[in-house]
Design a protein around this ligand. Sequence first.
Ligand SMILES: [Mg+2]
Length: 260
Amino acid sequence: MQILALDFDGVISDSAPESWLVTLRTYAALRPATEVVARRDASEALSAAEIRADAGYRRFVEMMPLGNRAEDFAVALGLVLADRDAEDQSSFDQAYVDAGADFLASFHERFYETRAHFRENDPARWRSLLGPYPAFIDILRRRAADVQLAIATAKDRESVLQLIADYGIGDLFEARALLDKTAGRSKRAHLALLQERFGVPFGEIVFVDDKVNHLDDVAGLGVQGVLAAWGYNGVREQRLARDLGHRVCGLEDFEPALFG
Ligand SMILES: [Mg+2]
């Protein structure tokens, strides 16, 4: 392994409390029915740790592997508000259809505006909801000299730079090893660019992501995928990843599995 490329949200950053609050704000702005407003207001007063303990938030996080885009957060929140769970992908997809294309398109646009407004106007609070996975940060510090570290993320560069500085790992990533949303729409595009920049064979790149479909996306290049079991996936996705030939690692076995 010459390059260890990392997804950001759900691998380095435990970002879901921020997604939950931005989802609540966006949803409440578009559909100011009493219940979502009350939930938003309750969450506004909570710390990241308190949000993580909230039952509604936990259901929201359990549904995260079933979606890919910002509007999927609206579908998940809609199910939480209706006191329903999505048992599988098809029931989540049905809830997506039921939510209506117009609402979801508005949500998508408004979600990113809401997030940008939050980051710009209340940066301390915003950053407080985007903590790291501390045990993974420790591994990166310990192993930084053994491998070229890289980030492949759909997040914007400015946010990633702020957060890795907060986490104390800003010095571990060279500028050319930080591939943000401008590097392309897919993880495949990110890793192709990484390979080009460093001139390293794809077979020497290991890519860690918490989404199985992102690992599938890069497997065709010959990149070795690792599912981060500490991120936003569950037993169902971990089984699927193994069936598809990907490695699955938790925080306790990641280091021995990759570095011996
Ligand atoms: Mg992720």
